[in-house]
Design a protein around this ligand. Structure first.
Ligand SMILES: Cc1ncc(COP(=O)(O)O)c(C=O)c1O
Length: 462
């Protein structure tokens, strides 16, 4: 197809979108938004066939590369065998996926449990809220500032940003939000080397007196059922806490009979170099919620794992939650293949090696652009670039937006090739590039990513 044709086609599509699509279900970071029409490996392609190196992989849902041949094949096989089945009936893949995840958790944490399915991440968060309410009799939850748990009503109530709630009336069970250990911007102005986890100490203090509003010492009861955590904050800007933080938090929660619900929707399935991100921090959660990468972005499946006593059918009976498409046959077939793949290959080494190489490149980038990069960091292939003013602390949102838009303009020149770069912006001040590259990324592609970022910073600082 010739250039004018595709350009006209893109213009027509954008006009139809402007007229007929709700904007409420999307995020228009760019005006006009970008139209893509093909993908492969680490790349997206626009209507003109220009390649864009993708460093965000659908918010970490397509960890194993676009059109991953093994996972696509699993989907195609299931399309030809058992593509549809009401979820009141059983099929082998659902049971095998549940068994593998439960067996993994038992091996890792020494705790028996069960797995429960739904379709999207937010729905699985809703299910976990029901599980906590059912087990503890409490409606109230703790969650972190900077947290993101989804956009359904219940998930929004425990998501920190007021912007997501502002238009939608009263959220009576809104979480009590607690400072996350975001050491680069420590709220208390302390340094992680010497703070002795002061922020956790402040949380612990809430239980000193009934007048601090969370604990009745006479009854030995907290008003709160669970603490929702992301081991590494996702939308919050890939913020990595100190290694011992969660051990201390778990001790405090255990002492006060508060469950830990670990939201692994974005960081699960090796994004941080471990099957679950929480494994980097040495605690066993009571409930784990997962989604996204389990099916590499093909037919969605989400779900949760919970300790046996919380989820045994005697206490959480059939029909406690239900969705027509939960545990759908196409999704569970891909999920099973993903889990087999994770068992057969050493993803821990692969992700950590690639992550270390990428982070070294980012540190070099930071040295070259000290006037606009305040910090880079990473755990596995969850990497971050904090864009700041020359004082290296004041967030530079304008520069972040310019770089983001320029990457999507698709007119960078590298080694005689015209291409673009797909980034995602997160963070409390929307000045963080949250990088979640494909696990299939090669060293050459990592070098290319650094070169493209270097060009973008140089070009956009002017
Ligand atoms: C940590 C976390 N929890 C929950 C969600 C919500 O999942 P979904 O968008 O599939 O509803 C997301 C999505 O980005 C997430 O990153």
């Amino acid at each position: 197809m010739s250039w004018p044709d595709t350009t006209t086609r893109t213009a027509e599509l954008l006009e139809l979108e402007r007229r007929y699509c709700s904007f409420g279900d999307t995020v228009h970071y760019l005006n006009p938004p970008k139209v893509f029409s093909n993908c492969e490996g680490c790349y997206l392609y626009d209507e003109q066939g220009t390649p864009y190196l993708d460093l965000q992989m659908w918010y970490s849902a397509a960890n194993f590369g676009y059109k991953n041949p093994r996972l696509n094949e699993a989907l195609k096989r299931q399309v030809d065998r058992l593509p549809q089945l009401a979820c009141q009936y059983l099929h082998a893949e659902k049971i095998e996926v549940a068994a593998r995840i439960a067996q993994y958790c038992e091996k890792r944490f020494g705790v028996k449990g069960r797995v429960h399915f739904n379709v999207g991440g937010s729905q699985a968060i809703e299910d976990s809220l029901k599980l906590v309410r059912n087990a503890t009799g409490k409606n109230l939850m703790f969650a972190f500032m900077g947290s993101y748990h989804g956009r359904t009503l219940g998930a929004t109530a425990i998501t920190s940003s007021y912007r997501y709630r502002r238009r939608f009336g009263n959220f009576s069970d809104r979480a009590q939000f607690v400072f996350f250990p975001y050491c680069h911007r420590c709220i208390y102005g302390l340094k992680p080397e010497t703070c002795n986890l002061y922020c956790e100490e402040q949380f612990e203090k809430l239980f000193d007196s009934e007048y601090f509003g969370v604990w009745d010492a006479k009854a030995g009861a907290s008003e709160f059922g669970a603490f929702y955590i992301e081991a590494v904050q996702g939308t919050g800007g890939y913020v990595i806490p100190p290694r011992d933080y969660f051990k201390r938090l778990k001790e405090t929660c255990d002492r006060h009979k508060i469950l830990i619900v670990d939201d692994e929707i974005q960081m699960g399935f090796y994004r941080t170099g471990k099957f679950w991100a929480i494994e980097n921090f040495g605690i066993a959660p009571d409930i784990i919620v997962f989604g996204k990468a389990l099916t590499n972005g093909l037919n969605p499946i989400s779900g949760l794992w919970a300790r046996e006593d919380l989820i045994t059918p005697e206490v959480f009976p059939p029909g406690s939650t239900h969705s027509t498409f939960s545990a759908n046959t196409l999704g569970t077939a891909v999920a099973l293949e993903t889990l087999k793949m994770l068992e057969e290959e050493d993803y821990e080494t692969l992700v950590n090696e690639k992550g270390a190489y990428f982070l070294a490149g980012l540190r070099e980038l930071e040295r070259r652009h000290r006037d606009s990069i305040g910090q880079v960091d990473g755990l596995g292939l969850a990497l971050r670039i904090e864009v700041s003013k020359p004082d290296r602390m004041t967030p530079d949102r304008e520069l972040t937006d310019r770089i983001f838009a320029e990457g999507l303009a698709g007119n960078l020149e590298v080694r005689g090739r015209r291409m673009g770069l797909v980034l995602d912006v997160g963070g409390y001040y929307k000045n963080v590039f949250t990088l979640a590259p494909s696990f299939t990324i090669t060293r050459e592609e990592i070098d290319l990513a650094i070169e493209l970022l270097d060009q973008l910073f140089t070009r956009c600082k002017k």
